[in-house]
Design a protein around this ligand. Structure first.
Ligand code: NAD
Ligand code: IPM
Ligand code: MN
Length: 346
């Protein structure tokens, strides 16, 4: 493309700090070759406190018109009693993922050379988690009975449809076919028998279309062992929305930390814009002090360029990040990291 019409939702906490650096790097790498038009949307917990709005229908409508969305992070500090827990997460972030049909939540994990990780002998770590993005226990399909009494009953029903599981499993197989040709389904079908068997049967069925890809299965608890003891065994992991959330924070931790973990919420049918965001949250504990690592947001911007067909530009960002990481010694401010990577890609 000659131009990108980008929506930016900086959000709360460190969201605006890291998003500013991702935009800086996007401008630097695109230069004058590709025009970058930005529209900023003030949404998030702070915006809700000021206006009572989470995501108005009209705003969602305008967001649909952009080529892509760059998202920072949203959410209040855990102890903040001014905002009901989950309100912003559900009514803004999850509503975006669901309404824009972001059925592939792509979360790559690579251990870059020179990154100090927590594992003594990590080997080569290079896998992607294909996390389902529109179903599972995230759909708000739950309820409570006799609330507040000793007999309260609370349910959160995990929703899994054949259509929803099949499209994400097929996407994961495609990605595996283009990589090291190994797919691992992570679930828990020894306990979650209905959803678990739907996932397992779907993987078996779709596998027939990809004879070159080998596949295996791990229960999610055992998968957590291997993620720490033998992470190089993984190439593509496909899993549901909730397991994927948990797996990808651990994946981030073994590859140098949450400050490096990027993600893409992809509508692979391209019926609505995809959304790119770091895996981390608003980090209230370090917000406003230029302490956040913007690398996860910058790598998410690279995923954005990749999705829009600018793979060469994306690769330039990835190379610059890799070099920047390899040369890291002392602490740098959020903007200093962004400046260094922007300089390297321009
Ligand atoms: P968090 O990811 O915000 O923070 C966890 C820990 O990681 C904190 O110690 C934080 O300082 C650190 N951290 C996070 N990002 C970092 C970065 N870029 N550089 C350095 N350190 C970083 O998770 P949390 O504390 O569980 O959640 C805080 C708020 O964010 C909650 O309201 C939560 O709901 C929300 N949240 C939002 C998103 C999102 O917008 N996509 C994701 C996760 C959590
Ligand atoms: C993430 C976050 C979100 C999720 C929350 C904030 C809704 O943890 O993007 O990983 O669970 O998907
Ligand atoms: Mn998460």
């Amino acid at each position: 493309p000659r131009s990108i019409d980008l929506a930016v939702i900086p959000g709360d906490g460190i969201g605006p700090e890291v998003t500013a650096e991702a935009v800086k790097v996007l401008r630097a790498v695109l230069g004058s070759a590709v025009e970058l038009a930005l529209t900023e949307y003030p949404l998030g917990a702070e915006h809700w406190l000021a206006t009572g709005e989470t995501l108005p229908e009209a705003t969602l409508g305008r967001l649909r018109g952009h080529d892509a969305i760059l998202f920072g992070a949203v959410g209040a500090a855990p102890g903040d009693t001014r905002i009901p827990s989950g309100l912003i997460e559900r009514e803004l972030l999850l509503r975006l993922r669901f309404s824009l049909d972001h059925f592939v939540n792509l979360r790559p994990s690579r251990l870059y050379p020179g990154v100090p990780g927590p594992l003594a002998d990590p080997g080569v770590i290079d896998f992607v988690v294909v996390r389902e993005g529109t179903e599972g226990p995230y759909t708000g399909n739950g309820g409570t009975l006799r609330g507040g009494t000793p007999h309260e009953v609370a349910t959160e029903v995990s929703l899994n449809t054949a259509h929803g599981v099949e499209r994400v499993v097929r996407d994961a197989f495609r990605r595996a076919a283009a990589r090291r040709k190994k797919l691992t389904l992570v679930h828990k079908h020894n306990v979650l028998v209905y959803a678990g068997h739907l996932w397992k049967r779907t993987v078996e069925a779709v596998a027939a279309e990809f004879p070159e890809v080998t596949h295996d299965y791990l229960h999610v608890d055992a998968a957590m062992i291997f993620l720490v003891t033998d992470p190089s065994r993984f190439d593509v992991i496909v899993t549901d929305n909730l397991f994927g959330d948990i797996v990808t924070d651990l994946a981030a931790a073994v590859t140098g930390g949450i400050g490096l973990a990027a993600s893409a919420n992809l509508n692979m049918d391209r019926t609505a814009p995809s959304m790119f965001e770091p895996v981390h949250g608003s980090a209230p504990d370090i917000a406003g002090r230029q302490l956040a690592d913007p690398t996860a947001a910058i790598l998410s911007a690279a995923l954005l360029l990749q999705h829009l067909g600018l793979g060469d530009h994306a690769a330039r960002i990835e190379r610059a990040v890799e070099e920047d990481i390899a040369g890291r010694s002392g602490a740098r401010s959020t903007s200093a990291v962004g400046d260094a990577i922007a300089a390297a890609v321009s």
